[in-house]
Design a protein around this ligand. Structure first.
Ligand SMILES: [Zn+2]
Length: 225
């Protein structure tokens, strides 16, 4: 059984002041209360999650919901905060993974196509999307005896890797690609991290250019439960 470590399912409706146990079913059942439209506020974080290992489902044939998981609690709590009222909270399963699930919401319907890979048109790699994507799926590596790191992602899906390469190029990066991986040059890595800005909670080690420090902080995050 998974246990809720952050439970945002219940609350009080801002529109009718009534308490609910499930926000989405309250809105679905009450004609006077309607789904707020999260489109503008949450577009980047939704895209960032879907560019990473987030996925959509709709087990009850209703509007879809977004799921995303991580072994890093501070990281998943950060995503929870970014998603605001869309997040239902976070559970932790027997494997130790933290799992975030959003409520079902019509806004996710327009992202179904992302399940086959990020679309070829209609979006660019904005800074907030890139920051979420790197925090979720990116990391640094020091090839050979190099003292400088390069940012890299392992992306097994061919269509997704091609899309990521394309949007990085649109931002004037020239990613290297081999063995299902994308990586930036040493110089580009430093530019990229500077562009992203402040490290996100639970992912600070990914902004650390010193190898020993990177590994020490990464292991520390992994061991804090
Ligand atoms: Zn209401």
């Amino acid at each position: 059984m998974s246990e809720w470590v952050i439970d945002a399912r219940g609350g009080v409706c801002e529109q009718c002041d009534r308490e609910y146990r499930s926000r989405s079913s309250h809105w679905a059942r009450n004609q006077d209360c309607t789904y707020p439209d999260p489109e503008d506020d949450y577009t980047d974080i939704i895209r960032g999650c879907l560019l990473s290992d987030g996925s959509l489902d709709n087990p009850n044939d209703g509007p879809p919901a977004l799921r995303i998981a991580s072994m890093r609690r501070a990281h998943i709590e950060w995503i929870h905060e970014q998603l605001g009222w869309l997040s239902r909270g976070i559970t932790r399963d027997d494997s130790g993974a933290y799992r975030l699930r959003t409520l079902s919401h019509p806004v996710f319907g327009r992202y179904w196509t992302w399940m086959d890979g990020p679309p070829a048109e209609g979006w660019t790699l904005s800074r907030p999307i890139a920051r979420c994507w790197y925090a979720c799926d990116g990391g640094l590596e020091w090839p050979g005896t190099s003292t400088r790191p390069r940012a890299q992602w392992t992306i097994t899906d061919d269509a997704k890797r091609a899309a990521c390469k394309r949007v990085l190029r649109e931002q004037d990066y020239d990613p290297m690609e081999w063995e299902r991986r994308l990586a930036l040059s040493f110089d580009e890595t430093e530019c990229f991290l500077e562009w992203l800005g402040e490290p996100t909670p639970g992912s600070g080690y990914k902004w650390t250019l010193d190898r020993d420090e990177y590994e020490r902080r990464r292991d520390l995050v992994g061991s804090v439960q």
